[in-house]
Write a protein that binds this ligand. Sequence first.
Ligand code: GDP
Length: 170
Amino acid sequence: MQVPRWVVVTGVFIAGLFAFFIFFRSLWDVARFAMGQERTFAIIKPDAVAARSTGKIIDRIEQEGFLIKAMKKIDLQKDQAEKFYGVHKDKEFFSDLVAFMTSGPVIVMVLEKVNAVKAWRDLMGSTDPHKAAEGTLRQLFGTSISQNAVHGSDSLQNAEQEISFFFPEL
Ligand code: GDP
């Protein structure tokens, strides 16, 4: 059966558009990488969400020059929290940590900036809010070592793993 000419032309046109889009997206990714742009993964934890500090934290994130690439509000399930914090499964605080992270909604985010992993860790401050530097998010919004308002990936490799854990589509 002869395929009509218009079907072939339309097919080639759509395939061409698609290839064009993929090519320039890849070029853009390479350019961003060359400029030192990184992605990191962040969580606004249940204590900060319950305290209605979400807006203030997001405002600060944008003021500090991060681009919010993705964001959603979710209720972490117990098995998800156990898997996410699996590296701490032998620590005595593990069950408290899982109970806390599943105690209320959290905001999960992908943040982009030059040196995003370190920049976000610096903005968060030390794990213990009482030891965190003045003006850091944990010093401002955290109340204890367990209820410390925010999470951030500690390496580029973990950032990519944590992003795909919550945003498999990225
Ligand atoms: P982070 O990278 O600064 O978040 O710190 P860690 O990876 O060491 O710990 C993960 C999370 O576990 C922390 O953010 C705290 O919420 C919690 N955590 C860490 N150490 C303790 C602790 O000694 N006691 C309790 N209750 N929670 C802790």
